[in-house]
Design a protein. Structure first.
Length: 260
């Protein structure tokens, strides 16, 4: 491997959670790479023998090249200007990472070319918003959700969703959503079961703090509805059901139980 002067790349907790979900030896692509820290980290540690960094922004791609340093000349890295999966060849990599975008945009990227999307074994996805919409699409498109991780980043709790094909070659490719698919069928992407899925109690990271934040948000919504001059009883009841559901998940986490 070409030597790269200077200290090895270090990652934030959010990026580290994603790095930990890329199997050893996988070729990987980082869609919308920006600074390129994650693929550089995986490459310089010889975790991934081939990494592709893509971005729709030329200046962002230049930042990734600077982060790669001398590594970019060794043949194990590829830098591509373009949108979504368009710049990848089918099956060119094993794991595709898409992070820091809205869940609906990630969904649109994956759904744009279903055949190409299914040519990759694993997706590590970190939606900034609308994670429920992304989960709904993954399940309806027939993907497994292998794992979920919660990361604390300042005042935010980024969610990392690792998913892939049912025929994924990875031996530990369980489907966290399998026992819940019947319940989820027909629900809207805004339903609490998609926004905070039943299996989140088995996620890695500060799940209790994450659920407490979600509970606080729902309780604030309830208070606002109850304070309104004209109350929406059906909406208040729906929020109350969300609160009871989140309280049940929190109780399971605190008891160390598996979600039912």
């Amino acid at each position: 491997m070409i030597e790269n002067p200077g200290p090895m790349m270090q990652l934030s907790d959010r990026l580290q959670a994603m790095a930990d979900r890329v199997p050893l030896g996988d070729r990987m692509a980082d869609i919308g790479t920006d600074h390129g820290h994650l693929p550089v980290y995986l490459f310089e540690r010889e975790h991934s023998p081939f990494v592709v960094m893509t971005d729709i922004s030329a200046p962002s791609l230049e930042k990734a090249k600077r982060a790669a340093g001398a590594y970019q000349f060794g043949g194990g890295m590829s830098f591509r200007l373009g949108s979504g999966l368009e710049v990848l060849e089918p099956g060119e990599v094993d794991t595709v990472v898409i992070a820091g975008m809205g869940g609906k945009l990630i969904r649109d990227i994956l759904s744009a070319d279903p055949e190409k999307t299914r040519s990759y074994s694993r997706f590590v996805l970190q939606p900034r918003t609308a994670a429920g919409a992304l989960r709904k699409w993954l399940l309806e498109a027939g993907f497994r959700i292998f794992s979920e991780d919660i990361v604390e980043e300042g005042h935010f709790f980024p969610e990392v969703i690792t998913a892939g094909k049912k025929e994924n070659r990875v031996l530990d490719s369980r489907d966290l959503a399998e026992m819940h698919r019947g319940i989820l069928a027909g629900l809207s992407e805004d339903h609490i079961f998609f926004r905070v899925p039943p299996w989140i109690a088995r996620a890695g990271g500060p799940v209790e703090k994450y659920l407490l934040r979600r509970l606080d948000q729902e309780r604030r919504v309830r208070e606002g509805l109850q304070a309104a001059r004209e109350q929406d009883g059906m909406r208040i009841n729906a929020i109350q059901e969300n609160i009871l559901y989140l309280e049940k998940l929190l109780k399971q986490v605190r008891a160390g139980q598996q979600p039912g």
